[in-house]
Design a protein around this ligand. Structure first.
Ligand code: FAD
Length: 399
């Protein structure tokens, strides 16, 4: 029996509460149709980068959605970028291979000088340059970002960087990397968020000259790496914005990151729910479709309800962002709800498939592994709860 409902968020009722970009959704679906589950499984098996997919997304202009038209992009609002990534994931494609460009680019756009924008943005928009790597997390300090130990020391010619990053995704598949490094010791600044700077590093020019990148074998095909800086000399124009204000700059970008990755989780939730409902209607055990059992129905219905809440929260957060209003809490809430909703949907889909959920040909186990990441990276749900407790509820500081 065919599935009764295909879960799409472009229902008429939702169009009243925010632009839905029906045309963009359809265009993304057309691109993604060329990259079926088998394509992603083949990449997953050998931990390969989906170059063909990224090229197709770049050629269609989707990865330059947020770059202003004067620099060769489409100049679309964040809501449109969220819709693009939601559709990518709803189609079963892996948005993480290309998503960082959308939110890292914002740091260059908002805080870079005219020369940096002219130098990089048109080439990023055209696909000539990839800006896909964002080096924040460090092995010793983890979520405690302001304590990061990578140091950039000013010299006559620029800066010398020493330190290490971990889990820097896609560093081997990117031309540029945005790196966060301390330029003034924490003990010499009034606030711990001060004294940290943002650098845009030309990876290929630096490799072997103080920059080393080593892949990390991981549970998901995320192209994660460790990055080592050993007296890496970078020119002074690698600094983005003012020295010492880098942490504040990336906070802006992090709100966008929260919303875009929340939209990805929403798209993946749709993928899981569509796969699960189809299977639950078709699989007959004890003489009836397994979907007739409440034990199968209810977790799927719960995830479906949560997904609508996520969709509305993303719309709210992106609307605030686009009006330059404070949106940190809403971005975090959207991200938290999305990560939990996705995991619930992944679990429900896995349970619905029984033993077949473990068979690679169903693609559930791969998507289930990928879904688990949303509760850890780019921000762990614990840290979101701590943030909401502290900044929204006014509870004592815990991080
Ligand atoms: C596949 C993958 C890709 C990634 N890509 C990138 C990337 O491209 N760039 C980048 O910079 N980073 C990246 N990360 C790193 C990711 O952002 C971090 O793993 C994540 O932020 C958590 O930091 P941590 O692993 O150091 O955990 P830790 O900070 O060591 O924390 C461990 C656990 O303790 C919890 N915890 C810590 N402090 C508190 C507290 N005060 N209250 C409650 N709970 C707390 C955390 O939430 C977490 O659950 C990636 C990670 C993975 C796994």
């Amino acid at each position: 029996m065919a599935s009764k409902e295909t879960f799409n968020t472009n229902d008429a009722v939702l169009m009243d509460i925010g632009e839905d970009y029906k045309d963009i959704r359809e265009s993304v679906q057309r691109v993604c149709a060329d990259f079926p589950n088998e394509y992603w499984s083949s990449k997953d098996e050998v931990e390969a980068y989906p170059t063909e997919f990224i090229d197709a997304m770049t050629q269609a202009g989707f990865l330059a959605a947020l770059i202003p038209e004067e620099y060769g992009g489409s100049g679309l609002p964040l809501r449109a970028a969220a819709v693009i990534m939601e559709e990518v994931c709803a189609a079963g494609c892996h948005a993480a291979a290309g998503h960082a460009q959308m939110y890292i680019m914002g740091t260059v756009l908002r805080h870079g000088n005219d020369e940096q924008k002219r130098k990089y943005l048109p080439d990023i928009a055209s696909g000539k340059l990839r800006l896909q790597a964002f080096g924040v997390t460090e092995p010793t300090t983890g979520s405690d970002t302001t304590q990061l130990r990578t140091r950039a020391t000013r010299t006559d010619a620029g800066y010398v960087i020493n330190g290490q990053k971990v889990w820097t995704s896609r560093a081997q598949h990117s031309d540029l990397m945005l790196v966060l490094a301390r330029t003034t010791p924490a003990s010499d600044v009034p606030k711990r968020v001060d004294g940290i700077s943002t650098f845009l590093i030309d990876i290929k020019a630096c490799l072997g000259k103080g920059l080393e990148i080593r892949p990390i074998k991981a549970m998901v095909n995320h192209h994660a790496t460790e990055v080592f800086f050993d007296n890496l000399e970078v020119p002074s124009d690698a600094l983005v914005g003012e020295e010492g204000r880098g942490f504040r700059y990336i906070l802006d970008g992090m709100n966008a990151e929260r919303m875009i990755t929340a939209a990805e989780a929403l798209g993946s939730t749709r993928w899981f729910l569509n796969a699960a409902t189809q299977y639950a209607n078709e699989r007959v055990v004890f003489g009836r479709p397994i979907g007739s059992n409440q034990g199968i129905q209810f977790p799927l219905a719960q995830a479906r309800i949560q997904a609508d809440a996520v969709d509305m929260m993303i719309r709210r957060a992106t609307a605030l962002f686009e009006q330059n209003l404070p949106c940190g809490a809403q971005a975090n809430m959207a991200r938290y709800l999305a990560a939990e909703c996705l995991w619930n949907a992944a679990e429900a889909c896995m349970q619905t498939h029984g033993g077949f959920g473990f068979a690679r040909e169903y693609h559930i186990e791969r998507k289930w592994r990928e879904a688990r990441l949303a509760r850890i990276a780019p921000v762990s749900t614990n840290l979101i709860l701590a943030n909401i407790a502290q900044h929204t509820l006014g509870l004592p500081r815990s991080y």
